[in-house]
Design a protein. Structure first.
Length: 114
């Protein structure tokens, strides 16, 4: 399975961005998909997840601002990010697996200016 994240960019605080993660290979609908992020000088952290059932779960720091969704027909998972804050600045990665995250894409950089 190969994953490609896209949609990052430079935005101002309060803006909206939608990240996409498109998969090739494998049976996309079988995978749990997670978004992670890594800010400069910090550890990578979990952001949001989408289960095979369609259930979603979020890190506390993005609840109410970020929404993860998937389109199995398009082999794509989205991360809609609203009310962005400077502390959301990071490289965002998508990952997939049956339970643990076995497959990782290259990240997409999100920079939020104040």
């Amino acid at each position: 399975v190969q994953l490609q994240a896209s949609g990052g960019g430079l935005v101002q605080a309060g803006a909206f961005l939608r990240l996409s993660c498109t998969a090739s290979g494998g049976t996309f609908s079988s995978y749990v998909i997670h978004w992670f992020r890594q800010a400069p000088g910090k550890e990578r952290e979990f952001v949001a997840g989408n289960a095979r059932s369609g259930g979603t779960y979020y890190a506390d720091f993005v609840k109410g601002r970020f929404t993860i969704s998937r389109d199995n027909a398009a082999n794509t998972v989205y991360l809609q990010m609203s009310s962005l804050k400077p502390e959301d600045t990071a490289v965002y990665y998508c990952a997939a697996g049956l339970s643990r995250m076995d497959y990782w894409g290259k990240g997409t950089l999100v920079t939020v200016s104040s």
